[in-house]
Design a protein around this ligand. Structure first.
Ligand SMILES: Cc1cc2nc3c(=O)[nH]c(=O)nc-3n(C[C@H](O)[C@H](O)[C@H](O)COP(=O)(O)OP(=O)(O)OC[C@H]3O[C@@H](n4cnc5c(N)ncnc54)[C@H](O)[C@@H]3O)c2cc1C
Length: 398
């Protein structure tokens, strides 16, 4: 009889796992907290091993075709004059802008559509309690339903509540002292295909990036000690950002105005998820719920896609479920450890407090963006997507 799998969370990790497991004879149900599929979010890059997995899924070309069209990054001053610029095509490899630069929602949908043919999706549902049974888990849902599954796969992202239910108190988050807000704003004359990044005094940055939907994606970032802002109401979060960025200069007024009416405002207080183990009995964590590295690591989507492939590969290859979880963790841990190793000083260095600090940063960026150094500098931004070689699972891909 097919093993039954409940996946909680229908984003990149959850949909990729549903794709692989559904294709390989598992009976897969996916639940998602949101009342419908979530399309929002800004750029994520898929690099190195993550791209290889998309290739195996036959989705690499589609992901490239759905790319944002971003050509590179330009650091600008208050007058919008370019201080330093790195164009990806000239690097011949991934830089701050990867070759596969795609919106989170677009990538997630690319995975969701084919996964739908292989798994049952239920929206507006969450898990209330989980109890081990002789051969799996018994799950009680918000809707009141109670069901049994052989495996529970938790892919609920950084703030996963099921992780806290099952692995209570085990996460030791590493706060990165950064708060970031992302949202879509209208495109106007003069917007181009570059990611324009502006630093303002007070450890603030504002950036605007192109997408392939005729709009632009804005980001407001602050280097601050963490607080409880992720739990605030969006209207409270926006009021706080308005206040913090009121005098930032450059194109900030346009961004703040558009923030009021945007449909996909998303604010995150950056923290890494640090779990001593990723499974307990028949429950296993995947993606940001297991190991969130934050956007500072640049490989969140790559890890989510790679992790789904490895977990499915081990489950297909091993009849012992808990043994498969151990092997999945053994493969993915070194990859995650490298990605999480980003020093906390990095967000501080790229968000100077004073005008003098910004002038120093611009001087460094000018040197890094010099044609003779671009290849080396580009590599510094490219993250750890090639940090390991993923195993080949012939039983999975045949
Ligand atoms: C709306 C949104 C916008 C994002 N925007 C960006 C961005 O602009 N840039 C960037 O680098 N990263 C962004 N991310 C994070 C990025 O998607 C992840 O870092 C990475 O791709 C790993 O994906 P994941 O599937 O593990 O987690 P996530 O993408 O965070 O997905 C988790 C999913 O689980 C669902 N969920 C949460 N709690 C529960 C629950 N209790 N029960 C059921 N479902 C639950 C969420 O609604 C979501 O669909 C965003 C995530 C979301 C959800």
């Amino acid at each position: 009889m097919a093993r039954t799998v409940l996946i909680s969370g229908a984003s990149i990790a959850g949909c990729a796992a549903a794709w692989w497991l559904g294709r390989n004879g598992f009976d897969v149900t996916v639940i998602e907290k949101a009342s419908e599929f979530r399309d929002g979010g800004q750029n994520v890059d898929v690099r190195g091993e993550g791209r290889k997995v998309l290739r195996l899924m036959g989705l690499e070309d589609a992901a490239l075709a759905h790319g944002t069209g971003e050509k590179g990054i330009a650091w600008v001053d208050e007058n919008d004059d370019v201080v330093a610029k790195i164009i990806t095509e000239k690097l011949g490899t991934d830089g701050p802008t990867a070759e596969m630069e795609i919106l989170r929602g677009d990538l997630s949908r690319l995975l969701y559509e084919p996964a739908r043919a292989r798994a049952a999706f239920r929206f507006g549902e969450t898990i209330r309690s989980v109890a081990p049974t002789a051969h799996g888990v018994s799950v009680r849902f918000k809707s009141g339903a109670e069901e049994e599954y052989d495996i529970l796969l938790v892919a609920e992202g950084v703030g996963s509540s099921t992780r806290e239910l099952v692995f209570s108190g085990q996460n030791s988050p590493r706060w990165m002292d950064m708060t970031m807000a992302y949202f879509t704003i209208p495109r106007v004359t003069g917007d181009d295909q570059l990611w324009r990044w502006f630093n303002a005094p007070g450890c603030r940055s504002v950036s605007i990036r192109p997408d392939m939907h005729g709009t632009m994606r804005a980001n407001l970032s602050l280097h601050r000690r963490h607080g409880d802002k992720a739990d605030w109401d969006p209207s409270q979060q926006k009021a706080w950002l308005r206040d913090e960025f009121r005098d930032a200069g450059w194109r900030t007024p346009r961004v703040l105005d558009a923030m009021e009416t945007t449909q996909d405002f998303y604010l995150d207080v950056l923290r890494q998820v640090r779990m001593p183990r990723w499974s307990q009995g028949r429950v296993v964590l995947l993606g940001d719920a297991a190991w969130c590295v934050t956007p500072l690591g640049g490989v969140g989507a790559t890890l989510a896609i790679s992790g789904a492939y490895v977990l499915a590969g081990e489950l297909v290859t091993n009849s012992d479920v808990e043994g498969a979880f151990q092997k999945y963790e053994a493969v993915m841990r070194p990859f995650v450890r490298k990605a999480q190793g980003i020093p906390k000083i990095v967000p501080r260095l790229v968000h100077p407090r004073t005008r003098t600090g910004i002038a120093v940063l611009h001087g460094i960026l000018r040197v890094m963006a010099a044609p003779s150094l671009q290849k080396v500098s580009g590599g510094l931004f490219a993250g750890n997507a090639e940090a390991i070689d993923l195993p080949q699972y012939s039983a999975l891909t045949r």
